[in-house]
Design a protein. Structure first.
Length: 440
C-alpha cells in the first residue's frame, strides 16, 4: 500500500493482516477517470454498479421528514424495529418464509455483513468457498482472518450458473462459509431452482452441521422471480439472506443494507459487532428504507428502473456481439454484462504484449486489464477487468464487466468506441509501450 509524501512509515507499523485484505477496484478507477478527464475529455462510466436514476421522491421525502421530526439520534444497533419488520415481511413474502424480525440485522450497506460473517463464523484454517468471478469482497477477508480460500469457478459455457456436481468437491468438514450470489455480480448469471436444490442437497449431505451459506440477492429480468437458496426446504436454517437498498432503490449513498440470519442468536452476535463498529445507523435513512419497502409507490418505481436496465442490457449485448472478437451472453439479472473479449485480445496481440512485460508488472495486471486501461486512456470508456472480480482463478480469463447503470446514449457511444478500440492495434501497442498505466 503506497502512502503520500510526509513522515516515513516505520517498518512493522502495520499488522500482517493489513497486507492481505482485498479491495474493490471499481473504486480505484475514480482517480484514473479524474486523471483522464483532467486532460479535458469526458469519460463514459461503465465501471460502477451504481444506478443512474435518482432516489425515488417518496423515499427522499420520507428521509427529509424523519430528519425534520428529529430522528437524528443513536438508535437500536440491530436496526430500528419498524425497518426490521418491513425487511422480514418483504423477504418472507418473496421467498415464502416466515421471518422473525429479531433475526434481521441492518448494516451500513451490503458490504459489512460480508466481512462480519468472517469475524463471526470463521476460525483460522477453516475454509471459505465462493463462486468466481465474484463480487470482490467475497475474497477480501478470507486470508485476513487466516482462513483458506476455496474458489469455485463459474463457467461461461453453462451461463455462469452452478451445479451440485461442481460444488460437491469443495465442501469439506472444514467449510464454514459458502458465498453465492445469483443473479451474479459480475456475470449476471443465475442458478435455476433445480440447480439451487442440487446445491442445497450437497450442502446438507457434505457440509458440517454449522455450515452457513451467504446468499446476496439482486434484481432479475424478463419477468422472472428471484429464487433464493433459502427457499429450498432445509436451507432456511443454514442460509444468511443479504440484500439492501443500494441497488433496488437506487440509493447507494443511503448505506442501508441488511441480512437475515438463521437464528436470533446469530443476529444478536451481529448486533454486538454493529455496536463495536458502528454503534447504530442513521435512523432517518432507516425510516426512508422502511418506506421504500412498504410504500405502494415503490413497485412501479422499481419496475420502471428494471425495465430500463433490461432495454439497455438488450442494446448493449446486441452491440457487443456485433463486434469482431467479442461474445456476450444475455445476463438474466443484476445490471452488468460480462463479455468475453478473447478474440479482441488475440487480434490486438494483447496476450503477447502482456507476456513481454516485466514480472512485477505482470503480477498486478492481465491482458484484459491492459485492454481495459487502453479503453480508458485512449478511448475514454471506463469498464472493469475480470481480475477485479476474484483474483484467484482469473489467469487466462479474458472478460470485461460493463455496468449498464449508465444512460442509453452514453452506452451506444461506449459500444462504438469499444468497437473502434478493438481494431486499433497500433494505438494499443503504443499505449502499452508508453507504460502510462498498465496496472489498476
Ligand atoms: C454481492 C454484493 N454484496 C454487496 C454489495 C454492496 O452493496 P452496498 O452498496 O449496499 O454496500 C454488492 C454491490 O455491488 C454486491 O454485488
Amino acid at each position: 500500500m503506497s502512502g503520500s509524501a510526509g513522515p516515513v512509515v516505520p517498518e512493522g507499523l502495520f499488522a500482517d493482516r493489513i497486507g492481505v485484505i482485498g479491495t474493490e477496484e471499481a473504486f480505484s478507477l475514480g482517480a484514473l477517470i479524474s486523471d483522464v478527464e483532467s486532460r479535458g475529455d469526458r469519460v463514459i462510466r461503465c465501471n460502477l454498479g451504481q444506478p443512474d436514476f435518482p432516489l425515488p421522491t417518496h423515499i427522499a421525502d420520507a428521509v427529509i421528514d424523519a430528519i425534520r421530526a428529529g430522528h437524528t439520534t443513536y438508535c437500536d444497533p440491530q436496526g430500528i424495529p419498524e425497518l426490521r419488520r418491513a425487511i422480514a415481511a418483504s423477504i418472507g413474502s418473496h421467498h415464502g418464509l416466515d421471518i422473525d424480525p429479531e433475526r434481521v440485522v441492518v448494516f451500513p450497506g451490503g458490504r459489512p455483513p460480508i466481512g462480519l460473517a468472517h469475524h463471526a463464523y470463521v476460525e483460522p484454517g477453516d475454509e471459505v468457498v465462493y463462486t468466481t468471478p465474484c463480487y470482490p469482497l467475497f475474497e477480501s477477508f478470507i486470508e485476513y482472518v487466516g482462513a483458506v480460500p476455496r474458489p469455485l469457478p463459474l463457467r461461461e459455457e453453462t451461463g455462469f450458473s452452478l451445479t451440485g456436481d461442481e460444488l460437491a468437491p469443495l465442501i469439506t468438514d472444514r467449510t464454514k462459509l459458502v458465498f453465492i450470489n445469483f443473479p451474479s455480480n459480475p456475470t449476471g448469471g443465475v442458478a435455476s431452482r433445480d440447480q439451487l436444490a442440487e446445491l442445497a442437497e450437497v450442502v446438507a449431505a457434505k457440509g458440517r452441521p454449522d455450515i452457513r451459506v451467504y446468499a446476496y440477492e439482486a434484481i432479475v429480468f424478463d419477468g422472472e422471480q428471484h429464487v433464493s437458496i433459502a427457499s429450498i426446504p432445509g436451507m432456511a436454517d443454514r442460509t444468511i439472506i443479504a440484500s439492501g437498498a443500494s441497488k433496488t432503490f437506487s440509493w447507494t449513498g443511503g448505506r442501508i443494507g441488511w441480512a437475515v440470519y438463521p437464528t436470533v442468536r446469530e443476529a444478536k452476535v451481529h448486533r454486538r459487532l454493529n455496536i463495536n463498529y458502528f454503534a447504530s445507523l442513521p435512523p432517518y435513512n432507516q425510516m426512508g428504507a422502511r418506506v421504500a419497502l412498504e410504500s405502494p409507490e415503490s413497485p412501479p418505481a422499481i419496475a420502471a428502473m428494471v425495465s430500463a436496465f433490461q432495454q439497455r442490457r438488450d442494446l448493449v449485448v446486441a452491440a457487443l456481439n456485433g463486434i469482431d472478437g467479442v461474445t456476450c451472453q444475455l445476463p438474466k439479472g443484476a445490471f452488468y454484462v460480462f463479455p468475453n473479449i478473447s478474440g479482441v485480445l488475440d487480434e490486438l496481440g494483447a496476450v503477447a504484449a502482456y507476456e513481454a512485460l516485466p514480472e512485477e508488472v505482470r503480477r498486478s495486471t492481465s491482458p484484459a486489464t491492459l485492454f481495459q486501461l487502453f479503453l480508458l486512456y485512449r478511448y475514454r470508456v471506463a469498464t472493469m477487468d475480470r481480475r477485479s472480480f476474484g483474483i484467484r482463478g482469473s489467469d487466462g480469463e479474458h472478460y470485461l464487466r460493463i455496468s449498464i447503470a449508465t444512460g442509453d446514449d452514453d452506452l451506444r457511444e461506449a459500444m462504438a468506441r469499444i468497437e473502434r478500440a478493438a481494431k486499433d492495434a497500433d494505438e494499443f501497442h503504443s499505449f502499452v509501450r508508453s507504460g502510462e498505466r498498465l496496472t489498476l
